[in-house]
Design a protein around this ligand. Structure first.
Ligand SMILES: [Zn+2]
Length: 267
């Protein structure tokens, strides 16, 4: 038993020493000790859980829109997310929300469609959410939690790689920003947010959507939140400081415009 533990610990240590992931599009080195295939597996099972709890929409016009825009973003993001089996599901839920999980699993809540308005607005949201996946932000958060937990959870995950326990599953839901009870979206760090913005802007432009529409979306979203008042909706709490975000996106616009013009797709 002792020997086995030592082997696992040594493997984990080796993993730690080489625990870097270079984020596509930005080149940032992030701390990551979760294997890509395991991360994907966790993403897919988290998505299955969500599909069981949420109501899948039957609005064929909206479903067609999600798939049309989703496929164009996915075609660009595909090289950054190897082995993704893309799936875009619209949930009947009034929350202004959307999310993407490792493995290419994307959920959109009907509540956000009144703010996205058109294909380009939706492309801004999907680009951002898929940007989180390309940057492997969920696995990064999970790695940080494991490091903080003194590797105990890491050992558990290493030993249970073949079949995830309820504990592992809960951890993955948490890491991907969704709690097991009610799928409340947890805030990403500010760094992860602006990174997803940057990747998302690039993706939408390369997919042939005018990147200026990203700024228009975030302005509509800011206004929606102001009008709504009261407690911020989940999407807002994960996406703080709307004005700062819009200002940062403005700075990135010239580069994105070049991608848009050379995409050869137009809208
Ligand atoms: Zn985000």
């Amino acid at each position: 038993m002792k020997a086995k533990r030592l082997v696992v610990f040594t493997a984990l240590l080796g993993c730690l020493l080489a625990a870097c992931y270079t984020v596509p599009q930005t080149g940032r080195s992030s701390f990551n000790i979760i294997g890509a295939s395991q991360e994907q597996h966790l993403g897919v099972s988290a998505f299955d859980e969500i599909k069981k709890k949420e109501t899948v929409s039957s609005n064929s016009v909206h479903i067609a829109m999600i798939e049309r825009v989703g496929k164009r973003i996915a075609a660009v993001a595909d090289q950054d997310i190897p082995n993704a089996k893309w799936e875009f599901v619209l949930f009947d839920n009034p929350q202004a929300n959307a999310f993407a999980l490792p493995g290419g699993k994307v959920g959109v809540y009907t509540g956000i469609l009144e703010i996205t308005k058109d294909d380009a607005g939706l492309a801004a949201v999907l680009g951002h959410e898929i940007g989180h996946v390309a940057a492997r932000h969920g696995a990064e958060r999970m790695s940080e939690q494991m490091a903080l937990a003194g590797l105990a959870t890491g050992l558990a995950i290493g030993l249970e790689a073949s079949g995830e326990s309820a504990r592992t599953r809960n951890l993955s839901l948490l890491a991907f920003g969704i709690t097991a009870t009610g799928f409340r979206v947890l805030p990403h760090s500010r760094q992860q947010e602006s990174e997803a913005d940057r990747i998302g802007l690039t993706y939408m432009a390369k997919a042939g959507y005018d990147p200026k529409e990203s700024i228009a979306f975030w302005e509509r979203f800011r206004d929606y939140n102001k009008k709504k008042g009261g407690a911020p909706p989940p999407f807002l709490s994960t996406h703080p400081a709307d004005d700062k975000r819009i200002a940062d996106l403005q700075k990135l616009l010239p580069e994105a415009e070049v991608y848009y013009k050379t995409s050869g797709k137009g809208q």
